[in-house]
Ligand binder design. Structure first.
Ligand SMILES: O=C(O)CCC(=O)C(=O)O
Ligand SMILES: [Fe+2]
Length: 317
């Protein structure tokens, strides 16, 4: 088991856990370099020189569906293996499934960049901007049964994120009370949206927010019911580069979704990735598992036609 019982208990108690050294420094440097090229078309070091010289201005953050803000693709799979392969770590997937308590089902993954010099992705006040991310992949408001109905978001740290590098602020344990907090929030007019609290000071019984600092190669796993907020960069020369993935329990996948990655232009990215990835990762995207009765000599032959280059040997039984 990749997480000890103590760590798993900690995840359930706090609603998040940071696991160091899931990826090597070499893997992270390659991923970060690829991510910088996607956002800046060059390295961050070169970009900031141009920025200082007044030659470039705003860059997008690649967040969720705002594809048009950056010239190249930020949604998974981005078509660069130094980034796309991060989903194939068995240790990472095992932790997801341990925390979910079920087989994992993919919701969405994307690159999330915050660039200190131009970043505006933070609230003006320290009590402002607290929210849960649940609504990104699910329209159902929080239930008191957190384990069954929340899903998990994760961020892989492509470099160290220290206190001055805008670590996310998380409210430990808030995920367990989110349904009640929302009920109360509507009663006292403290809901800014279906997922945003207007004023954190008006929510009773919470502990102080904690910055999710971590070293290069760590991953943060946090409940989709966990209250959190962005903060400004104390050091505006820094960037913050995350590779992020959200997955739900398989038995919640009917109502916890993002988009169909096999539609329209997505196919151009998804089909090559599906062809070359592992059976385990294909299963995250809804393929029947190895050993499933779907896989016969006949269907495997057809799959080889449909996915030229697909290695079907793991599915022969
Ligand atoms: O950037 C951060 O630290 C948090 C961002 C966030 O919570 C969001 O955009 O949903
Ligand atoms: Fe968020």
């Amino acid at each position: 088991m990749p997480l000890s019982q103590l760590q798993l208990d900690q995840f359930h108690r706090d609603g998040y856990i940071i696991i160091p050294d899931l990826y090597t420094a070499e893997e992270m440097d390659a991923a970060c370099e690829a991510m910088e090229r996607i956002f800046y078309q060059t390295s961050y070091a070169e970009w900031i020189k141009d920025f200082d010289a007044g030659k470039v201005d705003q860059v997008g953050d690649g967040f969720t569906t705002k594809q048009d803000e950056i010239p190249t693709r930020s949604q998974f799979p981005v078509g660069n293996n130094a980034l796309d392969r991060l989903i194939e770590s068995d240790e990472y997937l095992d932790i997801f499934e341990q925390c979910l308590g079920d087989r994992a089902s993919y919701c969405n993954a994307h690159l999330f960049m915050r660039t200190g010099p131009t970043d505006k992705r933070y609230p003006d006040e320290t009590w402002d901007g607290y929210h849960i991310d649940h609504n990104t992949n699910c329209v159902l408001p929080p239930s008191v049964d957190t384990d069954r109905f929340s899903y998990i978001n994760s961020g892989v740290y492509l470099h160290d994120v220290e206190d001055d590098g805008a670590p996310m602020l998380v409210v430990p344990g808030s995920h367990l009370d989110m349904s009640d907090i929302f009920v109360k929030g509507y009663e006292i007019d403290n809901m800014a949206s279906v997922s945003h609290i207007r004023d954190l000071r008006k929510v009773e019984g919470l502990v102080e927010p904690v910055p999710a600092t971590a070293s290069k190669g760590s991953a943060l796993f946090y409940s989709s019911y966990l209250l959190h907020a962005a903060q400004p960069f104390q050091n505006k020369r820094k960037q913050r580069a995350f590779w992020s993935l959200s997955m739900s329990r398989s038995d919640a996948s009917a109502w916890t979704k993002f988009a169909n990655p096999f539609m329209y232009g997505e196919r151009e990215f998804m089909l090559p990735f599906t062809t070359r990835t592992t059976p385990r990762v294909r299963t995250l995207f809804g393929w029947p598992e190895v050993g499933h009765p779907y896989y016969t000599k006949q269907t495997l032959g057809l799959l080889e036609q449909a996915f030229p280059g697909l290695d079907t040997t793991p599915y022969h039984h």
